[in-house]
Design a protein around this ligand. Structure first.
Ligand SMILES: Nc1nc2c([nH]c(=O)n2[C@@H]2O[C@H](COP(=O)(O)OP(=O)(O)OP(=O)(O)O)[C@@H](O)[C@H]2O)c(=O)[nH]1
Length: 138
């Protein structure tokens, strides 16, 4: 692709798990992955044929071993953000109910964070406006 040419648009779906104490789960991208070390909401790329809800259910299972029901996923916000080599479009769901105990299954670090403290973590650039939305609207 030539510099300044069109960038691929990547469709991702992510979820903020919210516990009864009002804390939100974020995960730190492990070494070896692009944007390693930055904190994000659990989720991943939407595979062909998947709905964003199905992506979130699959990724939460793979990454954290938790099982939300699809109807527990509430659309909260979305981002459309230009990165250097791609453009990300990502809905963020909110989930307060799930089965299982969230644990890091893919070598990632996880943290349960109060909404006021999200800004203290080094978030992926696309997620910074989402953290502000959570702080203001939740
Ligand atoms: N999961 C997730 N990805 C995000 C967020 N914000 C953000 O910019 N991204 C970016 O969106 C892309 C999603 O890729 P991913 O690596 O999580 O997805 P995946 O597990 O399906 O991909 P892989 O199997 O290729 O590793 C990455 O470039 C990631 O940095 C977020 O809050 N959650």
């Amino acid at each position: 692709m030539s510099a300044g040419g069109p960038k691929p648009v990547i469709h991702v779906a992510a979820c903020a798990l919210l516990d009864p104490d009002g804390r939100i789960l974020i995960a730190r991208r492990p070494e070896g992955k692009p944007m390693a070390g930055l904190w994000e909401f659990p989720g991943g790329k939407i595979e062909p044929g998947e709905t964003p809800e199905q992506t979130v259910v699959r990724e939460l299972r793979e990454e954290l071993g938790v099982e939300p029901c699809e109807r527990c996923l509430h659309p909260f916000a979305f981002v459309s953000h230009p990165y250097e080599t791609f453009h990300i479009v990502m809905p963020l769901f909110l989930c307060r109910t799930w089965d299982g105990f969230a644990r890091p299954l893919e070598g990632q670090e996880i943290a349960w964070v109060r909404k006021e403290k999200l800004g203290e973590y080094r978030l992926s650039p696309a997620d910074r406006s989402l953290a502000a939305e959570i702080r203001d609207r939740l």
